[in-house]
Write a protein that binds this ligand. Structure first.
Ligand code: COA
Length: 227
């Protein structure tokens, strides 16, 4: 991949299969991408066609190798994160059927229990000690005015060459054009790399939501693009 041949465009329905494969390669620890492939492809088709979602893909002569998925509002996020291949029961079934996911799930549960015990002990020791990463909900962070959320992924062999940054900047511009006052995203607590990248581009940790961390970027101080 040479940087001069890279461009970013809106995803088309025909990209759904490649996006499904790419998601599997980029998120090896996330069960939602490992339900049967035709369901993941159908999910992507639904997302590309959904009015509340915007999918931008990075392409070169070899095809699609990165994407950014953005949604306008909580209802859209809710639909994206619980519809089709992302339905909770499907993720649960994959977790039960695949030993690697089951192992990771059990480890996560153990860690969460240990953390909860530590927090209880801390609270008992001193009323003033609070969990540095408290629970928050997406609705709380997004507010009522339809702010904005996104995920970004770049194929492993193309990482570290500025594509993630370009996709992230596109997300910011889209958020500004949508008159959002902030961008919010989920990130896996184990994904320190992505957390570092987001922090570098102005995202701050807002709290925990389920098994994920929520990060938020305020847009009010950003210069408005001339697009
Ligand atoms: C996270 C991800 C999208 C970054 O894409 P990328 O193309 O490798 O990132 P870039 O090359 O554009 O890097 C942009 C900047 O972030 C920094 N960065 C990238 N990966 C980083 C990491 N793992 N740790 C710390 N900083 C990192 C780079 O140094 C670069 O800084 P610079 O602007 O000063 O040069 C990519 O690694 C990825 O797809 N990972 C798997 C999927 C994933 O975890 N997605 C995020 C969760 S939704």
């Amino acid at each position: 991949m040479s940087e001069s041949t890279v461009s970013v465009r809106d995803a088309e329905i025909g990209d759904a299969y490649v996006l499904a494969l790419l998601s599997r390669r980029c998120f090896k620890k996330s069960p939602e991408w490992f339900v049967p492939l035709f369901l993941v492809r159908r999910w992507w088709r639904g997302v590309i066609e959904h009015d509340g979602c915007v999918v931008r893909v990075a392409i070169d002569h070899g095809g699609v190798f990165g994407y950014a998925l953005s949604v306008y509002a909580f209802e859209d996020w809710d639909w994206v994160s619980s519809h089709g291949a992302h339905a909770r029961w499907m993720k649960g079934a994959v977790t039960l059927l695949r030993p690697s996911f089951l192992k990771s799930y059990i480890a996560k549960r153990k860690k969460a229990k240990a953390q909860s015990r530590t927090n209880q002990k801390k609270r008992a020791d001193s009323e003033t000690v609070s969990d540095p990463v408290g629970r928050v909900s997406v609705r709380e962070i997004l507010g009522d005015r339809g702010v904005y959320w996104a995920i970004v992924a770049v194929s492993p062999e193309a990482q570290g060459r500025g594509v993630g940054k370009a996709l992230l900047e596109g997300v910011t511009i889209f958020g500004q054009n949508a008159k959002a006052d902030r961008i919010c995203l989920h990130v896996d607590p184990r994904n320190k790399g992505a957390q570092g990248l987001y922090a570098k581009y102005g995202y701050a940790l807002a709290g925990r939501d389920g098994n994920s961390l929520l990060m938020v970027k305020t847009l009010s101080d950003e210069p408005k693009p001339g697009l």
